[in-house]
Ligand binder design. Structure first.
Ligand code: SF4
Length: 313
């Protein structure tokens, strides 16, 4: 797979202060893939080190008031030209930068205030339809990338979610159309901790893993507890992919987002799901008979397991 990535994430000393944002997960991605590092600010002709900049009323300015909008836009255009030529399968960009930030950037007041908006390069690449991800939204394992769902995953999701062996055992009916899969991406897989499971080799969604936070689960009403859910496309069963994804999202739950307990359930007869939970260290808590399974219009017996942070350590 071809990945375009902010050069500072690979260890390139191109940050405004001459340093870098080298990170283990990008190094893991680099190990198996063709990587195209880009630094839009350097490509736009700005020196390193340089005075930091922010976007203020639509114009990029340095902290000492110089307008560097032309350089930022030139760098973004050059990145777009590279993306068009190389057709990367994934573009991973550094968070919060006025060039590379995907979800957030500083507000232009140089006061450390963040707003929900993108940097110049991230916005341009996204507008042109490239698969752009904020590095903080990615989890990476030996074989997998866990990333946010994109609307462009709908076709792939439908391929696996229409299989009657996949959804019903977990409590949801097979998808009937790509449109239904798109609706699920927009309205179900939109949670803060919902990830597509993708192979590192092609970034195509083959399953899902999610931490359902307080307000989105019946198993807890605490902010430091959540419920784990997962499923995988049938062609990938029996390869240890779900345990690999679950172990990484458990690390994320306990180390990155402050969870103390992760709950997980399965319906009677879902032996595969039971085994995943046992392999990952969950302990049995209780069984409920006559549980309502609303999407399937039926009642089932459900079992609940738990893993605490202490046990996970
Ligand atoms: S412009 Fe992007 S690649 Fe360059 S230093 Fe800033 S965040 Fe890193």
């Amino acid at each position: 797979m071809k990945i375009m990535v902010s050069a500072c994430l690979t260890g390139g000393n191109c940050k405004y202060n001459g340093g870098n944002n080298r990170t283990e997960k990008v190094l893991k991605l680099m190990a198996d893939n063709e990587v195209i590092p880009v630094c839009p600010e350097q490509m736009g002709g700005l020196p390193t080190p340089r005075v930091p900049s922010e976007i203020c009323d639509g114009l990029v300015k340095t902290r000492d008031g110089r307008i560097v909008d032309r350089e930022f836009r030139e760098g973004a255009t050059k990145c777009l030209e590279i993306a068009k030529r190389e057709q990367p399968d994934l573009i991973v960009l550094q968070s919060r930068s006025p060039s590379c930030g995907v979800n957030q950037r500083y507000d232009g007041t140089f006061s450390g205030t963040l707003i929900e908006s993108s940097g110049i390069t991230a916005q341009l690449l996204r507008e042109k339809g490239f698969p752009v991800a904020d590095v903080e939204d990615l989890l990476v394992t030996e074989r997998l990338i866990l990333r946010k769902w994109e609307e462009s995953d709908a076709g792939n999701l439908y391929v696996y979610a229409k299989d009657p062996e996949v959804g019903p055992i977990a409590g949801w009916p097979p998808h009937q159309s790509v449109e239904e899969s798109l609706d699920v991406i927009r309205n179900v897989f939109s949670g803060a901790e919902a990830y597509a499971i993708c192979l590192k080799t092609d970034n195509k969604a083959i399953g899902a893993v999610e931490l359902k936070l307080n307000g989105h689960t019946d198993l807890t009403d605490r902010d430091d507890e959540c419920e784990l859910g997962y499923w995988l496309g049938k062609p990938f069963w029996g390869q240890g992919i779900v345990p690999e994804a679950v172990r990484e999202i458990l690390r994320h739950a306990f180390e990155d987002i402050g969870m103390q307990k992760v709950w997980c359930g399965y319906y009677d007869g879902n032996i595969k799901s039971k085994r995943v939970q046992e392999k990952c260290g969950f302990r049995y808590q209780w069984t409920t008979e006559g549980l309502d399974v609303p999407l399937m219009h039926e009642r089932r017996t459900g079992h609940v397991n738990l893993l605490t942070k202490e046990e996970w350590k």
